[in-house]
Design a binder for this molecule. Structure first.
Ligand code: PLP
Length: 401
């Protein structure tokens, strides 16, 4: 398929081009079918939209600002705007999705929430909305991630969540997703699986994109006010599972004048020490969907590596696999060192400490072949408070120079 006849909406079978679908055990099929049958109708209803947008405004603090970054604009000779998802309640874009999904769970009569988390940002957002809606919450998290993300684990427990350590596999995000899927198989009728990114079986990738689309909608309104036009020339986001990128790109997918750029985490920049799934991976099936995955010659999923726990995932959402395969979006590999340098620079020049995930999107700016773009929007998906230890550990290389 070439990009001229590509469409970027999910089809009735749950595919984006050749990616997506529902590859789940028989026992889960009734659950994904039930969700597929009702999600559009519920989230498009007036009652849902009213409650969702009231919560985004009064609880999350939206709209998030669109900040014209003086230092990045100077450096690149363009007007570079930062979409400040870091200023949301709980510190990242994850809360947009968690609020929408818990409203959906309640509308479907579900009484128990489960989730998986890597860096803990999605677990924190889920535990937060479960406190707000008084629902029991179980969060699966790899033992290795529990050890390296203590502040978020403590916050989840204070919020009343049951954080369960996963000791299978490499004890990171992939294994936590497996465990959450297993839980869903054992308690299919009362449990809602609150998925943290634009991944998993249909309809999750489409559902999560729709709930994060508020990012794109606000960018259009804010650019209209500041630039007199709704569309930027380029939109840039970091790519883990793909939720902040999907939310950033949503309105621009069919607007070919907008260049779309995804920053993948390339870790140490070598095979085996990278999490740049699309750049280094190939077609496979992971967590209920056909997508691009990191795997060995036997089709075994290989362990990704990135300094950023939120991008350290061996798969990617099917929309993004399709955007890459059809040529609609470009993928840029950004190493740990490039992301760290970009984070220090923004912090020192503007007093904004980005999440290490978001710093990859900033790092991509320095690696692009620039064309005529004048107005650029970079999504700052989260704040760096959770990454203080990582930043301090590496800071001698970057400060006082
Ligand atoms: C989880 C997370 C990401 C990666 O997830 P996506 O679904 O790709 O957006 C990026 N940035 C932050 C701050 C996160 O918490």
């Amino acid at each position: 398929m070439n990009s001229s006849d590509a469409t970027y909406c999910v089809d009735e079978r749950g595919f984006f081009g050749r990616y997506g679908g529902v590859y789940v055990p028989e026992i889960l099929k009734p659950n994904t079918d039930a969700l597929s049958a009702c999600y559009r109708q519920i989230i498009e209803s007036e009652a849902f939209q009213h409650e969702y947008h009231s919560l985004l405004r009064d609880y999350v603090g939206r709209p998030s600002p669109l900040w014209l970054s003086p230092s990045l604009s100077r450096r690149y000779g363009r007007r570079v705007y930062l979409k400040r998802e870091d200023l949301n309640h709980t510190g990242a874009h994850k809360i947009n999705n968690a609020l929408g999904q818990i409203l959906l769970a309640r509308a479907m009569g579900k009484t128990r929430i489960i989730a998986e988390t890597g860096a803990g940002q999605h677990g924190l957002a889920t535990a937060t909305v479960c406190a707000l809606f008084d629902m029991p919450c179980t969060v699966y998290m790899g033992q290795v991630d529990i050890a390296r993300q203590q502040p978020n684990v403590a916050k989840m427990r204070l919020l009343g969540a049951d954080v369960r350590a996963v000791e299978s596999g490499n004890q990171t995000l992939k294994d936590a997703v497996n465990e959450a899927l297993r839980d869903w198989c054992s308690h299919p009728s009362e449990t809602f699986y609150l998925m943290g990114s634009a991944v998993g079986p249909h309809p999750y990738p489409d559902l999560v994109e729709r709930l994060q689309a508020v990012i794109s909608k606000e960018i259009c309104a804010q650019l209209l006010e500041k630039e007199g036009r709704e569309y930027p020339d380029m939109a840039v986001a970091c790519l883990g599972g793909g939720s902040n990128a999907a939310g950033t790109f949503h309105r621009f997918l069919n607007e070919k004048s907008v260049r779309l750029v995804c920053a993948e985490a390339d870790g140490l920049g070598i095979v085996g020490k990278s999490a740049a799934t699309i750049i280094r991976g190939c077609d496979g099936i992971l967590h209920g969907a056909r997508t691009i995955v990191m795997q060995d010659e036997d089709g075994q999923i290989t362990e990704p590596y990135s300094i950023s726990a939120g991008l350290d995932y061996p798969g990617v959402g099917p929309l993004h696999a399709h955007l890459a395969q059809s040529g609609r979006a470009e993928m840029v590999a950004v190493t740990d060192g490039e992301a760290l340098a970009a984070a220090y620079e923004l912090n020192r020049s503007e007093g904004i400490l980005p999440a290490i995930e978001s710093a990859h999107a900033l790092g991509a700016l320095g690696k692009l072949a620039w064309k005529q773009e004048q107005v650029v929007v970079v999504t700052l998906s989260g704040r760096g408070d959770k990454d203080i230890e990582t930043y301090l550990k590496h800071c001698s290389k970057y400060i006082n120079q």
